[in-house]
Design a protein around this ligand. Sequence first.
Ligand code: SAM
Ligand code: FES
Length: 358
Amino acid sequence: MDSREKELIEKLELHHGLSEAEYAELIRDRDDDAARILASKADKVRREVFGDAVYTRGLIEISSICKNNCLYCGIRRDNAQAERYRLTDEEIFSCADEGYELGFRTFVLQGGEDPHFSDDVLTHIVSELKSRHPDCAVTLSMGERSRDSYQALYDAGADRYLLRHETADPEHYKKLHPAEMSFDNRMRCLRELKEIGYQVGCGFMVGSPGQTPETLARDLVFIREFKPEMCGIGPFIPHHNTPFRDEKQGTLELTLFLLSVIRLELPGVLLPATTALGTIHHEGRELGIKAGANVVMPNLSPVSVRKKYELYDNKICTGEESAQCRGCLDARITQAGYRLVVARGDSPGFSKRQTVEA
Ligand code: SAM
Ligand code: FES
């Protein structure tokens, strides 16, 4: 690591941000020493805000049906070989009930953009979940919708919304998506979710085709300005039935580096160590936590559908029962020197809706 790299890291620590050109330089010239120093500073900052707590969210993958055609995604519309499923309302409720017994206090409903989940259908599910488990947070990750739809879901009790921005560079966005999808609409959704009062998560894949230190620098500036409560980043992993089947996978090294940078940018952000990170390395999630992540999202979906929610190849945790997954993660987090907690785990300082600790 040269003195310039050291200076950039110190500036990032002090000011919680760099200029776009400086971020690009930090990424382009990074080495193992820089990564080590960043990770130790990120861990220190996280311990100041959260102690050794790692929050857990129960992920329920409610549908693999999607009307969109993102070039990277295994459940894209044009993948005729994808196995499609949709959970019934009752199946969703019973996943959540089981998760509650296991200690989960946040449920994340994620799915493709499946037209079945109209506002009526989804608001009913959200309000039923909130009435069964009033001490729990409900997070949605159901893609792009209208402002009215986001408002109706918020009014029904949804607390948080995850919508990765995917890239903050409009030209890069066009390489990852078909012409009918637009960068402007993605940004409109994120802005409106915030205005409505959700705790919002953005994020991107590390190593997506066409990504450069310059596009990543734009992501980092965007994240600092948008100030999301959550930020999901994980490696891009090719799926064999997509146009990106022959592209290179994102690396563990760059993902860990960026987790540390994001922790220093936003000390209070909820930052998951993703399943994709656990997929490219057997200790990926533990290494992610050590680099600054503080959330894990075990799979609560019924075992029978887990393999069908195949966004990328070789996804882990598609065979086990949720109880085993929870136990396994608990052991892994403890082993790494942290503590898995059951609290709802809202973003510190988030006050728009009263929160209840479980
Ligand atoms: N439909 C919702 C949406 O668009 O936000 C939620 C589901 S979408 C499949 C969830 C996330 O999976 C995407 O935002 C994307 O970043 C990630 N993803 C999709 N394909 C992937 C791949 N091949 N490798 C890694 N992550 C992928
Ligand atoms: Fe699923 Fe370890 S988290 S088996």
